[in-house]
Design a protein around this ligand. Structure first.
Ligand code: 5CA
Length: 442
């Protein structure tokens, strides 16, 4: 991709409306644009990151046995009257009427709709377990939308919903999602800690929030340091083995970890004092078991092996991909800009032509661009005639893991420079060697 053709509206000045670093950097790097309070467009650079984040979420949901669907954003109030939540949800729900004056709403979540899908088709325990998810826009009329995409009104959510015959089945489904969340966040370079959490308007009796520790986080959290050294299960984890999965969940729920609302001072004081971390955190995922809260009022039941009808036991499992991107930036940046973890970087490398128009530099850049792309890397080629200083600042700001710097002196000596964005380490090497090196690092 040539930067001269790429829509990358970089801001030189710090935007005044941004209070936290992720919001500031997302605006400055031309990733997002605010359209109204708490509502954002995703520009090309931001959309690339969003797609990478969603791809990881999908892979890990599918690996854990969930199946992707896509439900509408606009829902009928009728369904929500069945569960009783139409009145309960309050002002956060955006209520709409269509031309026939039918009550509609912009979905803040999808428990009712997915329960309706389930009850229309599934009648026997033999079709269980079932877990359906989608990645879809939600709207919540937050009192205080703030911090950019961290707490917005319209935001993307991956929401999964599990259906099981009984509590044991539902607990196994909950555990599978728990483990898939550990893998999902870790693949994005994040250390997410599962914490006992309040269930709020979703309801139920068992719930964990997945929290990234960060000073700018909205929640006060309490956990043991032990979490910071725990190994996340590998891709070979066996989701078909309920015992193995339950073992992982046990290990990850044994040290103390709770959000403010669920904090238990007594249990906390029982933990060794030097291991206690009292911090702030960003909630990037939230999982719930709520049993028959929706299946009972909405009549979602199956025939069990005993020949009798059972209301299915359900859970729901959310991740906020848009918030996640802000959380990744909060966790990984420096003075100069964003430092993307490899797995979610919008580009693998920025190729900087220090003297566009110089035949030697142009030729080396063309070879590098083709070579790197053939090796499977996404490259942003800065072919503009900006000053070198501005080019370096842009490359640092948008935070691709590698920069390849091509200048007339290096080219005369047959070499280009590569720079690691995270460590700042630089190395000079011939074009072919640079291509091989970055291909290996990918
Ligand atoms: N139906 C359940 C689980 S699918 C649910 O709605 N859970 S939730 O309310 O906890 O939201 C799930 C995730 O969406 C949160 O963990 C968070 O990452 C994200 N999220 C929630 N509200 C916002 C918001 N206002 N802005 C950005 N992301 C949000």
């Amino acid at each position: 991709m040539r930067l001269s053709r790429y829509f990358l509206p970089i801001l030189k000045e710090n935007p005044r409306e941004a209070d936290i670093v992720s919001h500031r950097l997302m605006l400055r790097a031309g990733m997002i644009r605010q359209q109204a309070a708490g509502s954002f467009s995703w520009l090309p650079l931001g959309k690339r990151v969003l797609d990478k984040v969603n791809a990881i979420i999908r892979e890990e949901q599918n690996r854990a046995g969930a199946q992707e669907i896509l439900m509408p954003t606009i829902q009928s109030a009728e369904l929500w009257r069945e569960s009783g939540r139409y009145d309960d949800y309050g002002k956060e729900m955006l209520r709409i009427q269509d031309r026939h004056e039918r009550d509609m709403l912009f979905g803040p979540t999808n428990e009712e709709m997915v329960t309706d899908i389930f009850r229309s088709y599934v009648k026997s325990y033999k079709d269980l377990p079932l877990n359906l998810y989608h990645i879809q826009w939600k709207f919540r009329d937050e009192v205080r939308p703030r911090f950019g995409v961290m707490r917005s009104r319209e935001f993307l959510m991956k929401d999964a919903y599990s259906f099981d015959l009984d509590y044991d089945g539902a607990k196994a489904a909950y555990n599978r999602m728990f483990v898939s969340y550990l893998r999902t966040f870790s693949r994005m370079g994040l250390q997410a800690i599962p914490m006992r959490a309040d269930t709020g308007p979703i309801g139920g009796d068992l719930s964990h929030e997945f929290i990234i520790l960060a000073d700018t986080g909205e929640s006060a959290v309490f956990c043991e340091r032990a979490y910071l050294d725990m190994a996340v299960p590998g891709a070979d984890v066996n989701y078909g083995d309920d015992g193995e999965i339950a073992g992982i969940v046990k290990a990850w729920t044994t040290p103390y970890a709770a959000t403010d609302e669920m904090h238990d001072e007594k249990a906390w004081e029982a933990a060794p004092i030097e291991g206690r971390v009292s911090a702030r955190g960003i909630e990037v995922g939230h999982i719930f078991h709520f049993g028959t809260k929706y299946s009972k009022p909405m009549g979602a039941k199956v025939t069990g092996p005993d020949g009798k009808e059972h209301f299915v036991s359900m859970g729901s499992y959310g991740i906020g991909p848009s918030r996640l991107i802000a959380a990744i930036i909060e966790a990984s940046h420096d003075e100069a800009g964003i430092i993307w973890p490899k797995a979610v970087a919008p580009f693998d490398a920025v190729l900087i032509n220090m003297k566009a128009g110089d035949p030697g530099c142009d030729g080396a850049c063309a070879r590098l661009e083709t070579g790197l792309e053939n090796a499977g890397l996404d490259v942003l080629h800065d072919d503009t005639d900006d000053r070198a200083g501005a080019k370096f600042a842009t490359a640092d700001l948008i935070g691709a893991p590698w920069q390849v710097i091509v200048g007339p002196r290096g080219v005369a000596a047959g070499e280009v420079e590569i720079k690691n964005r995270k460590t700042g380490a630089r190395e000079s090497l011939p074009v072919e060697a640079a291509i091989n090196r970055l291909a290996q690092e990918k």
